[in-house]
Design a protein around this ligand. Structure first.
Ligand code: GLU
Ligand code: ZN
Length: 289
């Protein structure tokens, strides 16, 4: 069996213990399967991505004893690919422009006639303020775009499902009820202001183009997986196997955030910790070399 996995950090801050766990786990799993481990730089959000953080990703991973297959994919170099895909979805009448701000969405989603504002895997469920009655035609606009979820679901004639192997979701089959997605996910953003594409669209295309067979990532992305599988089906792309792992928490039980510099790998390194000290901290078996 081919086994290709990846670690895809965003260079928007230092890697911390949670990243170390994710990277080492994916690397170990690839090694055990005689597969390949890729590094991808998820720098689609150019306003928050910084070269110094990208540089530190390479240094931290090397220090952790991790090596990766080439090439390293950088999302900022793939904007034409994302744009071409938006064009395909636009031509099929599945996208519409929406320049609503987060505050606009919050206000509209909590308007009395909308009932209780729902939170989905992509934040507040968008109440559809800008959704047109009939699909837009003409050239693809250079504007933030949303997916018309109800229209997209109608196009599907196969059930949405994926194989989940992560132990944190035992009992969950990876079966998706597309009809529910209209309510619980809503019209997700596929092109964001100032960004060539949203996170969801870019990672789906990256995984497919790199031939990733196994996506290993944190449990916080489990709910977003239904969006990724839906996009794969709409775009005729294969669905990898998913393995969502548990999240590393701080001593108070809180999930580590990007800003959690206190748990930065570089900080442990500067304090004289070894690669195996980090492995021990996150509960992974020790590296023998
Ligand atoms: N770049 C994403 C993050 O930093 C991970 C993408 C993925 O694993 O799908 O959370
Ligand atoms: Zn809008």
């Amino acid at each position: 069996m081919t086994f290709k996995t990846r670690f895809a950090p965003s260079p928007t801050g230092p890697l911390h213990l949670g990243h170390a766990y994710s990277a080492c786990l994916a690397h170990d799993m690839a090694l055990a399967q005689d597969g390949q481990f890729y590094l991808r730089i998820d720098d689609i959000d150019q306003s928050r991505s910084k070269p110094r953080w990208e540089q530190q990703i390479y240094e931290d991973l090397a220090w952790l004893g991790i090596s990766w297959s080439q090439p390293v994919l950088r999302q900022s170099e793939r904007l034409p690919r994302y744009r071409d895909t938006l064009q395909i979805l636009w031509d099929r009448g599945l996208l519409y422009p929406c320049t609503c701000s987060r505050a606009d969405v919050r206000a509209a989603a909590s308007a009395p006639q909308e009932g209780i504002a729902l939170h989905g895997p992509d934040g507040l469920v968008y109440p559809g303020t800008c959704r047109p009655e009939t699909p837009h035609t003409g050239p693809l606009p250079n504007l933030p775009l949303r997916l018309d979820m109800a229209r997209a679901i109608k196009l599907l004639n196969t059930p949405l499902e994926f194989l989940e192997t992560g132990s944190t979701h035992t009992g969950e089959t990876g079966q998706i009820q597309p009809q529910n997605m209209v309510k619980t996910v809503g019209d997700v953003a596929l092109a964001r202001p100032g960004m060539g594409a949203s996170y969801h669209l870019s990672i789906v295309l990256d995984d497919a183009d790199q031939g990733i067979t196994h996506v290993i990532r944190g449990q916080d992305l489990f709910e977003a997986t239904q969006i990724h599988v839906l996009l794969q089906r709409l775009l005729n792309l294969p669905t990898p196997t998913y393995h969502h792992h548990g999240l590393i928490r701080d001593d108070a039980g809180k999930r580590l955030a990007k800003r959690d510099d206190a748990r930065a790998i570089s900080k442990y390194r500067n304090e004289g910790a070894t690669e195996n000290d980090i492995r021990q901290k996150v509960g992974l078996s020790l590296s023998l070399d």
